[in-house]
Design a protein. Sequence first.
Length: 352
Amino acid sequence: MTNTVKKLSLSGSKLTLGNIDPSKLRTKAVQVEVRRQDPPVKPVRELDTSAAVEAQDMIAGITEDDVRWGMEIARSSWRHNTARFLRRRTEVLGMIPHLILNKNGSSELSREMSAEMLDPNREITAWEKSVYQAAFPNYDDAHTATLCTPLGGRLILNWLSIFGMRSYADGASDLKELVEYSTLIEYWKTIYSLPDISVEPRPEPEPQPEKIAKMVLRTESTDRAQFKNRLLNDQRFMVICPLTKVTDTRFLIASHIKPFAACENRGERVDADNGFLLSPSADKLFDHGYITFTDEGVLMRSAKLGITGALLKSLGIDANAKVPIKSDRTRQYLAYHRTHVFEGERTKDKPL
């Protein structure tokens, strides 16, 4: 009998060997090649980021199951063929059209996210660390390119929902590709059993007032540092105090127009259009409400509180100087400052 090589076809019905009737084969050995083929990937095309926006925290809404699947992919296990979804973070960020890159080729988006995940000024909980590791397996290794799982893509989308796109992308961006990648975990949940991986338990929900207070404390140092960095790197304007002409960054303060404590969300707290770089004397006058600015950037001083031209001159402030009006948002923040800060309660609480 002539030797014949055929491949086994697994079609979900009766097994066949091409057009050969297996019962009539007399050969003692039949070589059969079996290949497993995963079903096509069908990612979810929508992602709910409302929990992150409400809590102003990029890991809000992440479950222990999400972390287990992230860790499964992070381990590069070929089980269920998940390893093909472990990518470099730069590749995943590249799914954002018109992403703004720094001179060194990295993005401000990745820098700011890393700054929060590695912030030495706050205590990072065990739960946070487990989420970060499942999202970006080697995020704390400065010597290698940061990897990213679909859970990392979800954190990126949560971050963008909190802070907005305008600081990270030049023009409108279609995030369809990033959403599809980020929701692959939801697909794996529907067809495979949950990976047996130990995960740090998620902390119990806290009462709302305590949760808000802790969130503000946890993020304040990160947000203040991020705010100043944005002002220092704002390519639209010179790094200079417009009132005193000080250019030494050691003596420039990132001054909020709408005060940090009054900002409604983290997006406002770090918005470069919500601040000026001011020297210490100018910052104190502005922050305490002794001076403010018109929508055209013209300085206004409080005569009833004794802020005279002579006083400004003695502090090195040019009474005729103007601050840069960066956008309509800057005008909105200035309107808040004129109404609620200038000659207001903050002035009474903070003597000059």
